[in-house]
Design a protein around this ligand. Sequence first.
Ligand SMILES: NC(=O)c1ccc[n+]([C@@H]2O[C@H](COP(=O)([O-])OP(=O)(O)OC[C@H]3O[C@@H](n4cnc5c(N)ncnc54)[C@H](O)[C@@H]3O)[C@@H](O)[C@H]2O)c1
Length: 375
Amino acid sequence: MMIIGIPKEIKNNEYRVALVPAGAEILTEEGHTVIIESDAGAGSSLCNEDYTAMGAEIASSAEEVYGRSDLILKVKEPQPSEYPLIRPGQVIFTYFHFAASKDLTIAMMKSGAVCIAYETIQLSDGSLPLLTPMSEVAGRMAVHEGAKYLEKPMEGRGILLGGVPGVLPANVVILGGGVVGSNSARMAAGLGANVIILDVNLDRLRRLADILPPNVRTLYSNRQNIRQCLADADLVIGCALSRGTKTPILVTREMLGLMKKGSVIVDVAIDQGGAFDTSRPTTHSSPTYIVDGVVHYCVTNMPGAVAGTSTFALTNVTLPYAVQIARHGWRDAARKDKALMLGLNIAEGKVYLPALAELFSIENVGNAENMNSLC
Ligand SMILES: NC(=O)c1ccc[n+]([C@@H]2O[C@H](COP(=O)([O-])OP(=O)(O)OC[C@H]3O[C@@H](n4cnc5c(N)ncnc54)[C@H](O)[C@@H]3O)[C@@H](O)[C@H]2O)c1
């Protein structure tokens, strides 16, 4: 039986929590001990008593949670103040997005912990089941945020996405037609905007052309097509993803100059490095900055702001994997489930994600295909 700890998230304006009371009930019924840091659920309107009623214990500090737990369930990547709390052999199950931070990668290698990343768990059809619900949230939210920052008092062009009768709607360009992109397209189209969605995967574009409304058009993603779209764009949403590595830069510094003053970029892909050369991570408390007159919104934890929705959407998909890790231990759980095995990024000082090792030229590499090497 395991001790499972849930610390309070400490990233800027992060209100999600990694376990809801229904999850605490399932884990304690299996005989595990669940320790949740006091008020960890408060940002999602969940109080300590909701958890204790389901058999969880309340810990007064993060030190106690990390100090006692075999398995830590989190939402966002460990912050520097949490690094020293992580113990060798402890399993950390959370979003890591290692490709965006060499410092985090090195810190987790040095910690000797087992880092299983939500975002690289992958089903046999190639889908990323633990990224999907947060991508759905971020994709929808990107349009809200874009609409807000297009307003004049927010330093935007003063354009209403849907226009009004007699005045044309805004042009929304979406770079990447995956989960984020398709959700953004649906929202923007619903508001009446003119939408163009670009991707390099033609099958994906065929499917989107079939299912999305007629005010969404599809376009193959290459530099020339992106350049042409930028000149007319009011809102550009960056949401391309190259699995396990940095986002490809789709809009260079020089291409930004093609955009109108007061137009808005929402770079959802910032958590993997960003799709724009001029993107740098921002926070909910200071979400935007301006380059060449273009408003940049690059918040790395967008769903954290709508925790009342996101916590439940996230834990619906993470809990079954947490149950497997707790029930079998991380090695056996990964051996039994290839999807979970692909979530293994770093274990006991070695990197198990080839794209990550290559990105940061790390030599200490494990062989995730051969789980015997983990024993
Ligand atoms: N900032 C946040 O809070 C937040 C929240 C959720 C997701 N995300 C991030 O959003 C990004 C997208 O996630 P997703 O779930 O939509 O991924 P996805 O895999 O469903 O979709 C990515 C799409 O990008 C396309 N793509 C790859 N290269 C491209 C290129 N050169 N041009 C255009 N398209 C290209 C792929 O073909 C794919 O269709 C990820 O980096 C994810 O981590 C960020």
